[in-house]
Design a protein around this ligand. Structure first.
Ligand code: IMP
Length: 428
């Protein structure tokens, strides 16, 4: 049962795409289990950069089978565009792609509701405006339309009329927007169904069969635990479960079928969108990290907020995801700093807190407790052997490992797949 879950331990953008791309060389399957085209996984292959939103990061290897599980919300137009662009770049997309017949579909009214709420409601979330929240909302409201529905004209017609009756009224009465017309949507979505039909299948069956056959499987998380709807900085979160438990519900496999879970964390922290961020740096160092790390959103191109590594937050992500080891990415971004800080606890109203609080309204008021470590002031870019790292970089990594209580299995020292130090293989 060689399989590995790759989970973001911060607010997304930890570099999971690169790590999946690296590990997928040896994998049989790469499976996405949650999120939608709000994700932006940047992968560098043969010196070219690809940003994947819905397609799993294994898609660049022809021999790897890629699964979009039932927990993913799919904008079929965005998916078809992504497929078209990759085909134009000569990647094979055919019998290597499988889409769950149970995955929810994003419709134009989802994007309109997302945008309207962001514009008109007080306290913006800073969403990607891809309709993710409203689509998951329809799922739990039992109004959602699934991939299997796109393949049946009568079922689609009935469901679409029902949902438009309710969501259309909200758009019109609450937000004063003209809802999209049934006629405008149905033909487009039947056409998307026709084009995607060849990929649509019972992926729970497929993945369980693959597990039984001892295939090597990667479970690809999108976003990160601090954006998880249950365990993140609620309400400033996405609407799905990036935690490892999401693998079970988002693909239809039992928890006893997940063998190894790896957390990915940047050597510092970033966040896009609104919401609390205890270690955020609004100074020159924050600006330096943004510039050196190229910290601009892969989906929306928004500048990312940057700050020091937050061990309280990462420990929380490790706890709620059963993470066994960490991958640290973008170590080289810290190369030029004199001093590097790690947040080891929070101070709130004269009390010290070492566990991530549920009530995230207190986070803007907490004061991080920092441990300061010396920088290494030399390039680590592209280093591939742990022994070649400068002593201060090793000390920094050891400190992080000790404070979060997990070993480090992989270190990324550059954007390219091979700019990586593998300390311990991840396939058990
Ligand atoms: P939504 O997922 O578009 O609803 O956005 C909710 C929050 O999650 C916002 O703060 C987004 O910026 C953030 N978010 C969603 N997807 C990603 C991602 O892939 N990386 C980083 N942040 C994300």
């Amino acid at each position: 049962m060689p399989n590995v879950g790759i989970i973001g331990t911060q607010w997304g953008d930890e570099g999971k795409g690169k790590i999946i791309h690296l590990l997928a060389q040896e994998a049989d399957f790469v499976c996405r289990y949650q999120g939608g085209d709000n994700a932006g996984h940047t992968v560098i292959s043969e010196e070219k950069k690809y940003v994947l939103h819905l397609l799993p990061s294994g898609i660049l290897y022809p021999g790897v089978k890629c699964v979009i599980g039932n927990g993913v919300v799919i904008n079929p137009y965005a998916l078809l565009e992504e497929i078209r662009l990759l085909k134009e770049a000569n990647f094979k997309i055919g019998d290597n792609l499988f889409i769950s017949d149970r995955a929810m579909v994003i419709f134009p009214y989802h994007r309109m509701l997302d945008e309207a709420k962001e514009q008109k409601k007080k306290g913006k979330i800073g969403t990607t405006k891809r309709g993710i929240g409203p689509c998951y909302m329809d799922k739990v409201d039992r109004l959602g339309i699934r991939m299997c529905d796109l393949l049946d004209q009568d079922i689609l017609a009935k469901k679409l009329k029902d949902v438009l009756f309710i969501r259309g009224a909200i758009l019109k009465e609450i937000f004063g927007m003209e809802p999209p017309k049934y006629k405008e949507i149905i033909d487009d979505y039947l056409e998307y169904g026709k084009q995607l039909k060849c990929f649509v299948t019972d992926t729970a069956l497929l993945v369980n069969q693959a597990i039984d056959e001892d295939k090597k499987i990667l479970f690809e998380g999108a976003q990160g635990v601090l954006l998880d709807v249950d365990f993140g900085t609620y309400p400033y979160v996405t609407s799905s479960n990036p935690v490892a438990g999401g693998i079970c519900t988002g693909l239809g496999i039992g928890p006893n079928k997940i063998q190894n879970i790896i957390g990915v964390a940047k050597a510092y922290t970033t966040r896009v969108g609104e919401g609390p961020f205890p270690t955020e740096l609004k100074d020159d160092i924050g600006a330096y990290l943004r510039k050196k790390g190229g910290e601009f959103g892969a989906t929306t191109a928004r500048p990312r907020r940057c700050g020091w590594f937050d061990a309280v937050a990462v420990r929380h992500s490790i706890l709620v995801s059963g993470i066994e080891s960490l991958t640290i990415t973008k170590l080289d971004v810290l190369d030029e700093l004199d001093k590097i800080r790690v947040c080891i606890g929070y101070k709130y109203q004269d009390k010290e807190i070492y566990n991530f609080p549920a009530q995230t309204t207190i986070l803007p008021e907490i004061e991080p407790i920092y441990k300061e470590l010396p920088g290494w002031k030399t390039s680590t870019q592209g280093i591939r052997n742990y022994a070649d790292l400068p002593a201060a970089a090793k000390d920094y990594l050891s400190f992080i490992s000790k404070i979060v209580g997990r070993p480090i299995s992989i270190i990324s020292t550059g954007a390219d797949r091979d700019e990586t130090i593998i300390i311990k293989g991840v396939w058990k």
